[in-house]
Write a protein that binds this ligand. Structure first.
Ligand SMILES: *Cc1c(COP(=O)(O)O)cnc(C)c1O
Length: 363
């Protein structure tokens, strides 16, 4: 029996996403106590889920027998009120990752091109390949998306262009003025996607809503996985012109977002105290890790997100050594950065342990 001979050829060459290893997995592999391990590898929230979201999620479980509202009506109404757009200008996904996939379903096919920065979030490329299109990768410049070079890479075959800001894995951002000029100059056959997964950590993050209201071809992506601490529930959203949202809604599963996640997200949007605290603690954590890197004589990429790239020499070796000490970080060799690791900003204590473990791993 050979299933591979039955599979579509493209499946056999499809690269696979490598997630940060779960704590339980590392504990089992290395014979460590899971309680003593910290994971600073996937940009998760070290302060846990928003307490308001957690309470709402528990309550929603009481009605676990009912299908969720496939249209996410209440959440879209809430987002419309909070973000000052129409409820029909939002599309809700099983994580913002699903919206990336829906964009592929709706717009990308064989022979098409999708333009993206490199290194940037790898899912843009994976989804592009999944739909049989060509990923056109444009190198970053000074660690930031090089928008003029990205614009120059657009051809008549280009369908989508991705800009991640702040960018994962670099933590760097493009300015609002840069983004607006870039989007306004795009040809009519191209849709810009601006991934704002970390926008809530940024003071005065770019606001592209005026472009959306003006009918520009731009989709912005946000997630409840990061600052609201709901990564396990899988919920995120896109906002864009109502016509575009309607197309994405046609290609999603009828019940793509579960009711627990919808209730949690709705409550999270009211948890201003939690979000503000997380953003404040994160800024202090960034300074703490920067100072630690300077003390250790390590280069780093100044970040405005909740993670940072640090140059450690042999990234895989340092990742291994740190993991054996119970601190999981992310090697980024697969992003073309073999000398670096990406670390998530933790609590003050976690950051201290991160720096001590890093220092020990370097010797
Ligand atoms: C974490 C992250 C997301 C969020 O993905 P979800 O599917 O919403 O969990 C999206 N984009 C980037 C660049 C990220 O780093």
């Amino acid at each position: 029996m050979n299933f591979e001979s039955l599979a579509k050829p493209s499946v056999l060459t499809q690269p696979v996403y490598e997630p940060g290893k779960p704590i339980e997995y590392v504990a089992r592999e290395l014979g460590l106590d899971p309680a003593g391990i910290i994971k600073l590898a996937s940009n998760e929230n070290p302060f846990g889920p928003s307490p308001l979201a957690l309470a709402a999620a528990k309550q929603a479980l009481e009605h676990g027998e009912l299908y969720p509202d496939g249209g996410c009506f209440a959440l879209r109404q809430k987002l419309a009120a909070v973000r000052g757009l129409g409820a029909d200008q939002f599309v809700i996904g099983n994580g913002s990752n699903e919206i990336i996939e829906l964009l592929g379903h709706a717009f990308v096919g064989a022979g098409d091109e999708v333009v993206m920065g490199a290194p940037a979030f790898v899912v843009y490329k994976l989804v592009t390949l999944l739909f049989g299109a060509r990923a056109v990768e444009v190198p970053l410049r000074d660690w930031r998306h090089d928008l003029p070079a990205i614009a120059a890479a657009i051809t008549p075959r280009t369908k989508l262009v991705y800009v991640c800001t702040p960018n994962n894995p670099t933590g760097t951002a493009n300015t609002e003025a840069e983004l607006i000029a870039f989007i306004e100059a795009l040809p009519d056959h191209v849709i810009a996607i601006v991934d704002e997964a970390y926008a809530e950590y940024v003071e005065n993050a770019p606001d592209l809503r005026p472009l959306i209201r003006a009918g520009r071809k731009v989709v912005c992506l946000r997630t409840f996985s990061k600052i609201y601490g709901l990564a396990s529930l899988r919920i995120g959203y896109g906002y864009a012109a109502a016509d575009l949202c309607a197309l994405l809604n046609r290609v999603r599963q009828p019940f793509n977002v579960n009711a627990i996640a919808q209730a949690a997200a709705l409550a999270a949007l009211d948890d201003h105290a939690f979000a503000e605290r997380c953003a404040r603690e994160n800024r202090a954590g960034l300074r703490q890790i920067e100072d630690g890197c300077r003390r250790l004589g390590l280069a780093f990429v100044p970040s405005v997100a909740n993670f940072m790239l640090i140059r450690v020499g042999d990234g895989n070796r340092v990742f291994d050594a740190m993991q054996r000490s119970g601190v999981i970080v992310r090697p980024v060799k697969s992003y073309g950065l073999p000398e670096w690791v990406r670390v998530t900003v933790g609590t003050r204590e976690q950051n201290e342990r991160l720096l001590a473990t890093l220092a020990a791993a370097l010797t």
